[in-house]
Design a protein around this ligand. Structure first.
Ligand code: GAR
Length: 201
């Protein structure tokens, strides 16, 4: 079967993007076709280019809150790259229902919490403040509601005494790098049954 073409959307350093890129080799049912950022300064752009992956930037700032106009511009490189699956990987722009609808069933996101807990930002600090015993990350299909949609996989992390948002974020990020490639591999092969990874330390 022809591998599925995957575009990865980033806003920052792109460590999840790199984990995805590095996984898409050999018998993997997908290949990267594009790394796209809303921020020209995103560190991940150079890292993708160094791996020979095409990159593009659509800066959101000139659109001044006109999300639909920004997203219309995002569609141009996505379509030019003949994208079949979109992976949001630290892409920090909220998407409109109209954009999400165009990628329905074909767009994934990774979120640093055990959804449905802690949608939105500052997930690690909020989990600590709530006295949680465990935390983690979720890969889900993107729907119009923020950090919602069918769960495709979760990885858990035990919270340790003395954890700070930073120490916890670092351990969750390690799990993100395991979880997202594992879920994408299954998703690209047509398997949407939720994956549960063993607790990280
Ligand atoms: C990751 O922790 C990801 O889960 C989070 O941003 C970080 C990006 O890191 N995403 C969100 O918070 C989305 N709401 P990375 O650029 O190194 O992959």
């Amino acid at each position: 079967m022809t591998p599925k073409r995957v575009a990865i959307l980033i806003s920052g350093g792109g460590s999840n993007m790199l984990a995805l890129l590095d996984s898409m080799t050999g018998d993997h049912p997908a290949r990267p076709c594009l790394v796209l950022s809303n921020d020209p300064a995103a560190g991940g752009l150079a890292r993708a280019a160094a791996r020979g992956v095409p990159t593009a930037v659509v800066d959101h700032r000139p659109f001044k809150g006109d999300r639909a106009a920004f997203e219309a511009e995002l569609m141009t490189p996505l379509l030019a790259a003949r994208t079949e699956i979109v992976c949001l990987a630290g892409f920090m722009r909220v998407l409109t229902a109209g954009f999400v609808a165009q990628w329905q069933g074909r767009m994934l996101n990774i979120h640093p919490s055990l959804l449905p807990k802690y949608r939105g930002l500052d997930t690690h600090a909020r989990a600590l403040a709530a006295g949680e015993a465990e935390h983690g990350c979720t890969v889900h299909e993107v729907t119009a509601a923020l950090d919602d949609g069918p769960i495709l996989g979760q990885a858990r992390v035990r919270i340790r005494p003395g954890d700070t948002p930073q120490t916890l974020a670092a351990r969750v990020l390690e799990q993100e790098h395991r979880l997202y490639p594992a879920v994408l591999r299954r998703f690209a092969a047509g398997d949407r049954t939720p994956l549960r990874l063993d607790p990280g330390t």
